[in-house]
Design a protein around this ligand. Structure first.
Ligand code: PMP
Ligand code: GLN
Length: 383
C-alpha cells in the first residue's frame, strides 16, 4: 500500500540517508538543511520551555502562532485569514496532508496529482482509499500540458493536489497553469489542496503565487505550508493549513485522532520566525539561490544534463549524457563513484510512468556551501 511498488516500508529518503551514513558519503539525497536557522527562533523555543510552555496546546494551535500565520498571509499575499476558524496547526505539512486527505477523500474518489509527485502523496491517497490519477510534468521546464489537465480533471475528481514550488523538480507553475487548475476545479466542483512548503524558497525571475489568492479559488482551496523549510527546523515538525472554516472543521475531526496537538514550545518560536522582517526572507532565497548555482555549475561541468530550478531545495539532473540509462543504478553506484548520495526520480513516479523519468536523479542543495563545493569536486571526476 505505502510504496508505489507495493514493497519496502522505508521511504526513499530514509533509505538514501542510511546509504550516505553507511558509505560516509555527502548526503545530497534527503532534503534537510545542515545548519541551524535564525537564532531568535531557536532562542524563542528555549525560552518557551523555560517559561513552562510544555503541556498540550489548544487543538487548532497556539493562538500566538495562529495570529502570526494570519499576519504572514496578509503581509506576503494580501490574504485575510481568520485565526480562530480558518487555520489549523499540524505536525508538519505531512500531517496537514494526511488529515486533509483522510477527511475529504472517500473510497473511490479520484485525486489528481502531478507526476513526478512527492512520495507521501501516493501513500496518503492509498490510505484514504482514493484513486490516484496523475498529470505528467515534462522536461525541461516541468510544466503540465493544458490538454492533459483537461483530460485528468473530471466530475470524478474530488481533489486536485498541487505542489508549488515543486518537489522533486524545482519547477514553479506559471500563472496560466494555476488559473487553469482553478477553472477546472470550479467546473468539476473539485477541491484544491496546495502544498506550498517551499513558498519562500523561490529564485530571481520567479514569484510565488498562492492558489488561494486567485479569483474563485479561495472557497475550495486548502493551503498547506511548513516551518521546516523556511526556518531550517525540519525536525520540529510544525506545519499548518489555511482553508474555509467548514473545511478546517472537517480536517480537525481527523487530526484530533492523529496527533491531537503538536509541539507546544515550538509554536511560539515559529510565530517569532513568521514575524521576522522582509530581509530575512530575501536573504533566505538569495543564499539558497547561490547554492543552487554552485551545484548547477558543478553538475554541468561534470557532464550532467541540468535544468535550473526556479524554487525548492532540489535540482534535477539527467545522467544519460554520462552514459547511464537508469537513475536507480546510478544512485546506487554514486557513493562509490563520487562519495555522494542523490535520489532517483523514479522514487516520485508510478510504475506506469516511471520510464519517462528513468535517467533523472535529484540532488538537494540545501547544504552548507563548503559541503556543496566538496561534492562538486568529488563529482568532477565522474566521467
Ligand atoms: N511536502 C513537500 C513537497 C515536501 O517536500 C515535504 C518534505 N520536505 C513535505 C511536504 C513534508 O513537510 P514536513 O516535514 O513539514 O512534514
Ligand atoms: N521532503 C524531504 C525530501 O524530499 C524529505 C522528507 C522525508 O524524509 N520524508 O527530501
Amino acid at each position: 500500500l505505502l510504496s508505489p511498488d507495493g514493497g519496502v516500508a522505508a521511504s526513499i529518503f530514509a533509505q538514501m540517508s542510511a546509504l550516505a551514513v553507511r558509505t560516509g558519503s555527502i548526503n545530497l539525497g534527503q532534503g534537510f538543511p545542515d545548519e541551524d536557522g535564525p537564532a531568535p527562533v531557536l532562542e524563542a523555543a528555549r525560552q518557551a520551555i523555560s517559561d513552562g510552555v510544555n503541556q498540550y496546546p489548544p487543538g487548532r494551535g497556539d493562538p500566538v502562532l495562529l495570529a502570526a500565520i494570519a499576519r504572514h498571509q496578509s503581509r506576503f499575499y494580501g490574504l485575510t485569514v481568520d485565526p480562530s476558524s480558518e487555520i489549523l496547526v499540524t505536525a508538519g505539512a505531512t500531517e496537514a496532508l494526511a488529515a486533509t486527505l483522510l477527511a475529504l477523500v472517500s473510497p473511490g474518489d479520484e485525486v489528481v496529482t502531478f507526476e513526478p509527485f512527492y512520495d507521501a502523496y501516493g501513500g496518503l491517497i492509498g490510505l484514504a482509499d482514493g484513486v490516484h490519477r496523475t498529470v505528467l510534468l515534462h522536461a525541461p521546464d516541468f510544466q503540465p500540458r493544458p490538454e492533459d489537465l483537461r483530460a485528468a480533471i473530471t466530475d470524478r475528481t474530488r481533489l486536485i493536489l498541487v505542489n508549488n514550488p515543486h518537489n522533486p523538480t524545482g519547477s514553479v507553475f506559471n500563472d496560466a497553469t494555476l488559473a487553469l487548475i482553478v477553472e477546472l476545479a470550479t467546473r468539476h466542483d473539485a477541491l484544491i489542496v496546495t502544498d506550498e512548503v517551499y513558498e519562500h524558497l523561490i529564485f530571481s525571475g520567479a514569484t510565488h503565487t498562492p492558489i488561494a489568492g486567485l479569483p474563485g479559488a479561495r472557497e475550495r482551496t486548502i493551503t498547506i505550508s511548513s516551518a521546516g523549510k523556511t526556518f531550517n527546523t525540519t525536525g520540529w515538525k510544525i506545519g499548518w493549513l489555511t482553508a474555509p472554516a467548514e473545511l478546517v472543521t472537517a480536517i480537525i475531526t481527523v487530526k484530533q485522532f492523529l496527533s491531537y496537538v503538536n509541539g507546544a514550545p515550538f509554536q511560539p518560536a515559529i510565530a517569532r520566525g513568521l514575524d521576522l522582517p522582509d530581509e530575512f526572507y530575501q536573504d533566505l532565497a538569495t543564499d539558497l539561490q547561490a547554492k543552487r548555482d554552485l551545484l548547477a555549475a558543478g553538475l554541468t561541468a561534470a557532464g550532467f544534463g541540468v535544468t535550473l530550478p526556479q524554487g525548492s531545495y532540489f535540482i534535477v539532473a539527467d545522467v544519460a549524457p554520462l552514459g547511464y540509462a537508469d537513475g536507480v543504478a546510478f544512485c546506487q553506484a554514486l557513493p562509490e563513484l563520487a562519495g555522494v548520495v542523490a535520489v532517483p526520480l523514479s522514487a516520485f513516479t508510478s510504475p506506469a510512468n516511471r520510464h519517462h523519468f528513468s535517467s533523472l536523479v535529484r540532488f538537494a542543495y540545501c547544504k552548507r556551501s563548503a559541503v556543496l563545493e566538496q561534492a562538486v569536486a568529488q563529482l568532477a571526476g565522474i566521467r
